[in-house]
Write a protein that binds this ligand. Sequence first.
Ligand code: NAG
Ligand code: NAG
Ligand code: NAG
Ligand code: NAG
Length: 374
Amino acid sequence: MKFSSEKTLFVTIIIAAIVSLQGVTSQSEWHRLDDAVYLVDSITRLDYDQAQALCQGYGANLARVDSDEIQAFLTSFITPPLRDTRCFWIGCNDREVEGQFRWLDGTPVIYDGWAQGQPDNGGGGQDCACLWSSRNNDIHGQWDDDGCTVDRNLICQKGIYNFRLTIPRTNPGFINVYCAVDVEIEGETLSPDDVKLSIGQTLSSSRPISHSSTSLDGEFRNNSFLLYNVTEGDQIFCYAGELPDKNRSFSLATFSAVFDVYELPSGPTAGEISSSSVTVFWSSWIPCLDPGDGPVVGYLIYQQTMEEKQWTMAGRIDSGVGVGDLQRIMEFVLTELEPGTEYNISVSAVREGPGGEGLRSPLVTVTTPNLREW
Ligand SMILES: *[C@@H]1O[C@H](CO)[C@@H](O)[C@H](O)[C@H]1NC(C)=O
Ligand SMILES: *[C@@H]1O[C@H](CO)[C@@H](O)[C@H](O)[C@H]1NC(C)=O
Ligand SMILES: *[C@@H]1O[C@H](CO)[C@@H](O)[C@H](O)[C@H]1NC(C)=O
Ligand SMILES: *[C@@H]1O[C@H](CO)[C@@H](O)[C@H](O)[C@H]1NC(C)=O
């Protein structure tokens, strides 16, 4: 641990020194294309690792050049070609497996931006990729592989969005997600409709969700989303603007823990019974002793008859009522019952927050007396 923090500090000092020497590599030279900005630095010369460290100091990485559009865009900043032939480090190498170039995030290089005959691992030690600025039109704006320890110019890239996903613990059955996005353009903040969330197995098959509230937290546009009926394996995608087709411009999360909602271990006890009412009792949830995550804020009382097979809610009471300190005896009177009828009665506990109702308790069966018998 100690070693790694010293190393971090060391790199930071190098970057600070470079940044102060190279006034030219200022933020104002970043050029925007889609959701990313690029810095084409034709002044600094560093080896591949130092170049990546410099980019990281800007919150960026060596550039990922994975389309004609990006390649042409970057080439436009070194056209006409610089007087002396140069190659600019970009963010792919084959250090891990010779001949298998990968971007810095580990994904394979599929787009072919190589100059004719490259990569050739010339001399046996060429593992890092760079993009030519050359008066030789055959290679200008195209890639070569080179020794990673050679000092070269560099191209950094970073997304213009910073994502912060917060997923507080919730009750089962739904999830509350905060998707907050900051856009790294001075003086610009996102409007509520710019920050979006979708859910599904993959980005392209995900379904968008409307936000339920929004706030501005510093530079971050912070939207909250309520997700119901989440399927296991679903992922959450937070992004800005349109559904991104390039899968680096979003933030991804999977679900976090849910609260364990209390279930009464046994059914309520029946007390006084009349032809139209039944009194039931049960013990309240006891913090620290009973299982489940509290606080339990109330109870729902259900009834069921042979005629109506469905459970219907007979009422709701607050956990504050009832007699006793730690453990309260809860009491509820079911009224407007039919005489001479069998009723199943069950109680569920409700913890605070949406979706806080637990499973119904085991049931108690009571039969109201017939009127004629009186
Ligand atoms: C967004 O709001 C939630 C709830 O207030 C908060 O927990 C979270 O930290 C906020 N995110 C940011 C980036 O401010
Ligand atoms: C969740 O699913 C249930 C049953 O499939 C459905 O009745 C309910 O409307 C859904 N809720 C939402 C918010 O989509
Ligand atoms: C992102 O793209 C890579 C390569 O194209 C792909 O393998 C990966 O599955 C994608 N990730 C998502 C979350 O779509
Ligand atoms: C009560 O519940 C039991 C067990 O589920 C069921 O067999 C019975 O029919 C129910 N009685 C009424 C009145 O719903």
